[in-house]
Design a protein around this ligand. Sequence first.
Ligand SMILES: [Zn+2]
Length: 426
Amino acid sequence: MTMGDITRETVLRAIEECDDLGVEGFRAKYGFGPARQYVLVHEAEQYDSKAILNVAHLYATGVLGGFSGGKDHAAARLRELGFVVVARGPQPAADLDVLRSMPLLEQIRRMRTHKTGTTPTRHKPLALLWAIGLAPTPDTRLNAWPDFRDGVGPLLRDFGHDHNKSTPENPFWYLASGPFWEVTGITSSDGQVPAAGRLTAVSRDSVAGVSAGFTEEAVKVLADEVRRAEIVAHLLTTYFPERDHARLLAATHVRTEDEGAATDEDEQDEPVTLDVPGSNEEDRAVSKTIRATTRYDRDSGIVRDLKLLYDNTCQICGTTLRGRAGKRGSDGAHFRPLAEGGPDSLTNLLCLCANHHRELDLHGIYVGSDNVVYITDSFEIEGELTFHSEHRINADHARYHRARCHVDTHPDVEPPPEAGSNPASA
Ligand SMILES: [Zn+2]
């Protein structure tokens, strides 16, 4: 078995078969996993370089190849044959899978930064704030290198340490040592950060371009105002303890309060951020401040679906919030807050009016196992949930919320000091 048997024609036949079967079907047929690092780019489509090369060997010789996907193997031969092969990003660290299973805030807490003496450099945190300020969506999360350079470079000059160099190529590349960042479109033979000149050259020439940004998973988390504010707070308190946070937030376009978002004062007493695993007092305090001064008005897709399902009608009282020109409004209310590990899924959500949402968040009302809504302090009935046929709630999430109201138990919620009566689970 040698790679010399493989020709450009047999590679094109393998690509054609992959187009027919779809990437998943192609992998499944020949028993390959996803390409870890090297991707073959052909006519603007991406293919697993290793799988394509080995199937091309099958076409050439009748035997499926057993070549590895490393840069010295599949990628090198494909390039010899005139194909474009690009890397997904830097070599992942060994513990990336462990990190990946953690909440985004924790992943970012564990982010490694270079240090000057004991002071961490600000390249990565500034790049993250810049990327958060763009309010990334799954479609807009990747930023072309020239945009990143022109956005992050000035921030490094204005907010970096005096002794740090302004080198945006560093965070562009090295952030991908965390599981929340992705670099596409460039290889580096030694895993080292590509020089700015090379990034610029590849950006100009490469079929795929070279870009970087948050992963899709991270973008989903960042769409949630609470989690996002906690992450911003962590970055500010950890890396910019003495700087003017308002100025930094303005420079990174992490949006600040506007007249339409007159957040109520008691928002700052809202306990929803208090139980984040691993967060510290300082982060929490800043997080609350940011929540009170930052406007996030984008719902997740799931919340939008929910509101559509109910036509913005409260599941408890049936009212809807009136807007201008016939527009209607409602809230997506999570039983188990996202900040406490709750999923952004329909089974963890109710469509509520603003008042009932607020009361649910304040634990003033709870939903019993009978879907009746009770007033926490009096156990009086507030109403009964109306359900659309396509919507169910997960009993465990509702129970989690009841445990927060101290009227039920849940393994994730510590029982109150004095265990009282327990009508919800009766
Ligand atoms: Zn209501």
